[in-house]
Design a protein around this ligand. Structure first.
Ligand code: IMP
Length: 192
């Protein structure tokens, strides 16, 4: 059990389990993007460790870039249009793979995929470490998924609670004891 500020979290996904699954995702991507020189767009901050592990195992020629999006602020996603910050590459006719930490409501990924398609990408797919299907509100097609998880607040392996916990080597879930406060924790404490 670990404590971050006022919340306690318990182990949920061990580092070895994360690594094993990420290697499988890398293998799938290698097969599907052979000779396509894909452009991987890593969504910061949350996806930084997922991306680091993933790219250690991707063998094919590819390019990697990093973007920020506007913050995750409200109990549920704010619904405002999120802007892509820092994308310098031309995505026209490129095969793009978004690398994301977690798909919750799906609003972020719905908006990002739409914006990249508008910019003329040849294809846009999503690779996310985690997904909470019960929270999904948008029609988002997740082609590469690490783990489906319950609709509970998690930290670690890139994901934060009040900017803390990103450096944890595994994923931790908010302890049942504090679960009634889960939506509060998720509401205004997690940032990209
Ligand atoms: P969506 O637009 O609701 O899918 O928002 C996805 C974003 O919300 C993720 O990229 C995270 O930054 C944040 N998020 C959603 N659930 C969690 C969580 O359990 N822990 C930390 N951040 C989360």
């Amino acid at each position: 059990m670990i404590t971050i500020k006022d919340k306690t979290f318990v182990p949920f996904l061990e580092p070895a389990k994360l690594e094993k699954r990420i290697i499988e995702l890398a293998d799938q991507l290698d097969k599907n993007y052979q000779d396509k020189n894909p452009l991987f767009i890593v969504v910061l901050k949350g996806a930084f460790l997922f991306a680091a592990e993933l790219f250690k195992h991707i063998q094919i020629p590819c390019e990697v870039t990093f973007v920020r999006l506007s913050s995750y602020q409200n109990m549920e996603s704010s619904g405002r249009v999120k802007q892509i910050i820092g994308l310098e590459e031309d995505v026209q006719d490129r095969h793009v793979v978004i690398v994301e930490d977690i798909v919750d409501t799906g609003l972020t990924m719905a908006q990002l995929t739409a914006q990249l398609s508008q910019k003329g990408a040849a294809s846009v797919e999503i690779a996310t470490l985690l997904h909470k299907p019960d929270a999904l509100r948008e029609d988002v097609n997740i082609r590469y998924l690490g783990f489906e998880i319950e609709n509970r607040f998690v930290v670690g392996f890139g994901l934060d609670y009040e900017e803390q916990g990103r450096n944890l080597a595994g994923v931790f879930v908010l302890s049942e004891a504090t679960e009634p406060e889960r939506r509060t924790a998720q509401s205004d404490k997690a940032t990209k």
